[in-house]
Design a binder for this molecule. Structure first.
Ligand code: FAD
Length: 814
């Protein structure tokens, strides 16, 4: 066994073998995989191994497509059979909402060049003569859908990796992982130690135990999961060909052929956790006792769909473990708090995703960043707040709603509240309907009555009107928005300016009371983040960024050495904040402070530490609403006092509380981008309009990468769309955009009704070679084409007069 390696992959399941293969493929051949037992001995060996191409998340769709194509290439490359059957998959819609979901997926498939299209009931009957489709309102067909052989695929990755020079050691449990001062690791095994640059935790069911060796606590919980295979069925055998699989998600089961029998699996409501206190170390090619009664309701629905299934006996039942994260997406990526430690576990549809997980993991380790924005998988989306109770509650919810439609804006209640601010109870009494925002309970909108629950769907819901009232109230008078979900960082010391200036791309202010907006540049020259940096005092700065990206950004902060004597603090937990905004925000705020808030004394982008209703606040003259306004940041313990005073003052001016959903609509009216939607590492600054904030005459993190791409023609440009919506449904994000003659243009990143301007709006990316401002395009909302126009300027206050509290030029001249 080698004693030195570029990477040690722990775990020889499907995913670990894919990572090893892709590391070697991308040029790291001095790599080794350690498996405590035989390859496949976790969840992998017993999986049903169905494969699908489409996913609600666009980038996950891209990598699932990559994975499906990879298996056949692997067979050719390695000679190892992957048992690929691609008789196609039939996706059934029993409800209108499911039809909308499938039609949207069809439009996305067309955008990405994937084969997923509607077929008639007659065509479906020809493909699957044993199923009945009378109650089905819409059927989609994915010709590449099917299944693979779990062991074959895993061994093909292993063979491919070995052929490229990688090593695999079976029956070699890892017993310890120890970080070294230079960022490398010692991996301990019974066969000896390995000194490695990177550790990869691909230990699947044992992801928690391997993580604990490095002092990590991952939000993961295993569950049982069952499927069974019937005896051979004459009608199946008589067909002499393979039947397509059936994804009848409204029926909550999956169905495919296995030999001459059928395989039926289900995510039942009465789910079972397993190994809550840790996965047993002696568990390998083991299963749990059958418990088909638990999935009987689902099975009955399946046999109604394919009646011959009820005529056959059960040949084999598989009740095996799989391990889940709180949102059922992977726990993936380098751990921000450790050096060179990569996690890749908590993977549910491993056979649909293994190739992409491996490829992008290898890119991240070798090239410093994956080619796509994969925040949906990034473990940095969770923090300490995602503890055991939260994880269990969310996993139970995810498992039992595996096939439910997840609607735009949907907020699931399981496991909440995870963490709250002092004003939470007060907001509840005000009628706040909350969303989960990086663990915080965050007011989305304010209902007439406390305890109101919001409805969900693809069309406008019960929040549409109340949110409209809030948005209009703010634009007409004043609104108070809780912004405690932003991430706050405090940098102090003699090197504070120097450190920040070396980190971000704009020039960091040197004068107390000045602020700047700045992008953070990613490894490949894209937009890793956007921040407001304020010089609060001599040698002290406050930096405000996206709350959800707090741990993600930590990776970038770690890349610039902090000068001696300078401190960096993530202060989010101790700082709360409000934005008071709207044309009467000055009048309202002036009631609470002696500070001069006039335009002359307190212009846009200036700040001051000041007393507001007796509470010490950092006041910054900015607002994400695009209106006159101030952000007020205070100590968390003063939050209620400040909130009470702000609301009283706002009400006296005809205003009141405003939630996050109205803020979303207001910023879309202004065309402001938001991290995680419009801004990501995948996009270049000049594609999103942030290039003007970059100062080429100074040094900053990843400047060379930015210089290398800055003159490239924009691939896609961040654009604003005005949409005709006859169907009572606004864009929400992810919808593909085409020209009227069907050429792909781009896709929506955010959408909302613009209450102030009375128009349905969207922000998204458009390929400038295909569509330009002024052009008409079609946005596929509900999967149907909706006419839209690319706007030349934001729908509301394009000149930014409101923000600066200036009069229009004509009026000013009068
Ligand atoms: C019943 C069932 C049906 C399923 N059906 C499907 C399906 O149809 N389609 C689909 O895509 N997915 C399906 N899955 C999920 C799929 O099985 C998983 O996504 C996949 O197997 C995860 O692979 P993995 O490599 O991450 O983990 P695992 O397979 O659990 O592999 C982890 C490996 O790490 C090793 N290991 C652990 N600790 C150590 C250590 N200390 N040292 C060395 N090695 C260690 C283990 O021995 C194991 O081999 C199904 C799962 C179940 C339970």
């Amino acid at each position: 066994m080698r004693t030195h390696a570029q990477a040690v992959v722990i775990g020889g399941g499907l995913v670990g073998c894919s990572i090893l293969y892709h590391l070697a493929k991308l040029g790291w051949t001095d790599v080794i995989l350690l498996e405590r037992d035989e390859l496949t001995s976790g969840s992998t060996w017993h999986a049903a191994a169905n494969i699908h191409g489409l996913h609600d998340n666009n980038n996950v769709t891209r990598i699932q497509h990559y994975t499906m194509n990879l298996y056949k290439q692997l067979e050719q490359e390695t000679g190892q059979g992957c048992g690929v059957f691609q008789p196609g998959s039939l996706y059934l819609a029993q409800t209108e909402a499911r039809e909308h979901q499938l039609r949207l997926q069809e439009a996305k498939a067309r955008f990405y060049g994937l084969n997923f299209h509607e077929i008639s009931r007659e065509q479906a009957r020809e493909l699957h003569p044993l199923a009945q489709f009378d109650d089905i309102r819409c059927i989609m067909y994915e010709p590449d859908g099917g299944n693979v052989d779990p062991s074959g695929v895993t061994h093909a990755y292993a063979a491919g990796a070995r052929a490229l020079g990688a090593e695999i050691q079976r029956f070699c449990p890892v017993t310890g992982t120890e970080p070294q001062p230079d960022g490398s690791w010692i991996v301990r095994t019974e066969k000896g130690d390995i000194h490695t640059q990177w550790v990869v935790n691909a230990a699947g069911l044992w992801g928690r135990e391997v993580a604990a060796m490095a002092g990590l606590d991952l939000p993961l919980q295993p569950t049982e999961h069952q499927y069974f295979v019937t005896e051979a069925i004459d009608e199946v055998a008589a067909l002499g060909r393979r039947l397509p699989s059936i994804a009848d998600r409204d029926g909550e089961y999956y169905f495919r052929q296995e030999g001459n029998g059928l395989l039926i699996g289900a995510y039942e409501k009465d789910m079972r956790f397993w190994a809550e206190d840790g996965t047993p170390l002696d568990f390998a090619h083991d299963l749990f006792p059958d418990d088909l009664d638990r999935i009987m309701e689902n099975v009955i629905r399946a046999t109604e769909r394919v009646p011959v299934a009820a005529t056959a006996g059960v040949k084999r039942v598989i009740n095996g473990p799989m391990i889940w994260s709180p949102d059922s997406n992977a726990i993936w990526g380098p751990v921000p708090e450790l050096r060179n430690y990569f996690c890749c576990t908590g993977i549910i549809p491993g056979f649909s995703q293994s190739g992409g997980l491996g490829l992008l993991a290898a890119q991240w380790m070798i090239e410093g960043e994956p080619q796509y924005d994969m925040f949906a998988w990034d473990l940095a989306r969770f923090g300490d707040w995602a503890g055991k109770n939260f994880t269990k509650a969310r996993v139970a919810d995810q498992y039992s709603h595996r096939f439910a439609i997840h609607f735009p804006n949907e907020e699931r209640s399981a496991g909440r509240p995870a963490r709250v601010r002092p004003a939470y109870e007060m907001q509840k009494q005000l009628g706040a309907v909350f969303g989960l925002n990086c663990g915080w309970e965050h007011p989305l909108w304010f209902a007439d009555r406390p305890g109101t629950v919001e409805t969900t769907g693809f069309t406008r819901q019960n929040w549409f009107e109340p949110v409209g009232q809030e948005a209009r109230m703010l634009r007409e008078s004043v609104g108070v928005i809780d912004i405690s979900n932003f991430a706050n960082y405090v940098v102090k010391g003699p090197g504070a300016h120097d450190w920040l200036d070396r980190l971000v791309a704009n020039r960091v202010p040197t004068e107390v009371g000045r602020s700047c907006l700045t992008p953070l540049i990613s490894v490949r020259g894209g937009v890793a983040g956007d921040f407001t940096i304020t010089k609060v005092a001599q040698d002290e700065y406050m930096m405000i960024g996206s709350g959800m990206a707090e741990r993600y950004h930590q990776r970038f902060f770690n890349m610039v050495d902090l000068p001696e004597g300078t401190t960096f603090e993530v202060a989010t937990n101790r700082i709360a904040g409000f934005n008071i905004a709207g044309p009467k925000s000055r009048e309202a705020l002036q009631r609470l402070t002696n500070a001069d808030l006039s335009n002359a004394a307190f212009p846009f982008m200036r700040s001051a530490t000041t007393e507001v209703a007796g509470v010490t606040c950092l006041a910054i003259r900015v607002s994400f609403t695009g209106d006159l306004g101030w952000e007020l940041h205070c100590a968390e313990e003063d939050q209620i006092r400040l909130y009470t005073a702000l609301l009283d003052a706002a009400r006296a001016c005809g205003g009141g509380p405003v939630g996050g959903r109205a803020l979303g609509a207001l910023r879309i009216e202004k065309g402001y981008g938001s991290w995680g939607r419009e801004y990501s590492q995948e996009y270049w600054p000049h594609e999103v309009g942030l290039d003007g904030l970059i100062k080429p005459d100074k040094d900053f993190l990843h400047k060379a990468a930015w210089l290398a791409i800055k003159d490239n023609p924009a691939r896609e440009v961040l654009s604003i769309f005005e949409v005709d919506v006859p169907h009572d449904a606004d864009a929400s994000g992810g919808e593909p955009i085409f020209t009227p003659d069907g050429t792909p243009v781009g896709r929506v990143t955010s959408g909302a009704y613009g209450y102030t301007v009375g128009k349905s709006l969207a922000i998204g990316y458009a390929n400038p070679a295909v569509a330009q401002p002024g052009d008409e395009v079609h946005i596929f909302i509900l999967g149907k084409p909706h006419r839209a126009r690319i706007l030349h300027a934001p729908a509301f206050d394009p000149e930014g007069l409101r923000l600066r509290d200036q009069k229009p030029a004509m009026e000013g001249a009068k």
